[in-house]
Design a protein around this ligand. Structure first.
Ligand code: C5J
Length: 220
């Protein structure tokens, strides 16, 4: 066990029992013309963290530690996209409609895939999830248990939506969770800050947070 300096107190990093989870680094959230922009968001905020996510991926790959990538996306017939989700908000394009990168958030569409710099390598786990959280309607819990994973390091987008939801789901399932602060981003700076405060409050009620450099120095 290595103590990683973190908020609200050192994170107990468990080598051999830890996986990196990279949430939804997809073109539809990060590039122009995708779902994120259809909702009126400034996607350049999210693109800015790509180099740090790549550094984090490189560290885990160098160490040979397991990596999970998630994609928020739906079956082509949208049978796993409830109207309560599809009809929400007032986007210029809805989930399943044709955009410049294919059908928005539909499995197999170019826009639903990872930004090229964050593509999965062979042997890394890729989870297509219909919800905001990584456990709902996916096999990921069983896959992590089979590999003896007890600790999860989180990165990706967006901090207060899919990252926070996945961390809360993981925390409830007994995983010990760390969020890499500069490897996650929101369309709203204040929501990112608030999400990190909510996660780490009350003695790490959901988990810990730390910057990438601090994590890398500790585990290297
Ligand atoms: C959103 C996500 N924000 N990946 N998805 O709808 O956070």
């Amino acid at each position: 066990m290595t103590d990683v300096p973190a908020h609200p107190f050192p994170y107990p990093f468990a080598e051999g029992k830890t996986a990196l989870v990279v949430i939804d680094m997809q073109r539809d959230f990060i590039e122009h013309g995708g779902f994120g922009e259809s909702l009126g968001n400034d996607v350049d905020r999210l693109a800015a963290i790509v180099p740090t996510v790549v550094d984090l991926l490189t560290l885990f790959r160098e160490k040979g530690w397991p990596i999970v990538h998630t994609r928020e996306c739906h079956l082509p017939d949208l049978s796993d996209c409830p109207p309560a989700k599809r009809d929400r908000g007032n986007p210029s394009l809805r989930i399943g409609e044709e955009g410049p990168m294919g059908r928005l958030l539909v499995r197999g569409s170019p826009g639903a895939d990872f930004v090229p710099a964050c593509a999965a390598n062979p042997g890394e786990i890729v989870i297509d999830k219909p919800g905001k959280g990584m456990f709902w309607n996916t096999p990921v819990h069983q896959m992590l248990q089979q590999r003896g994973i007890t600790h999860l390091v989180f990165a990706g987008v967006t901090t207060e939506v899919c990252v926070q939801t996945s961390m809360r789901e993981a925390n409830d399932r007994g995983f010990v969770c760390l969020l890499i602060e500069d490897a996650t981003e929101s369309y709203f700076a204040e929501f990112k800050a608030a999400a990190i405060r909510m996660i780490t409050a009350q003695g790490a009620i959901v988990g810990w947070s730390t910057p990438f450099a601090t994590f890398a120095n500790a585990v290297r």
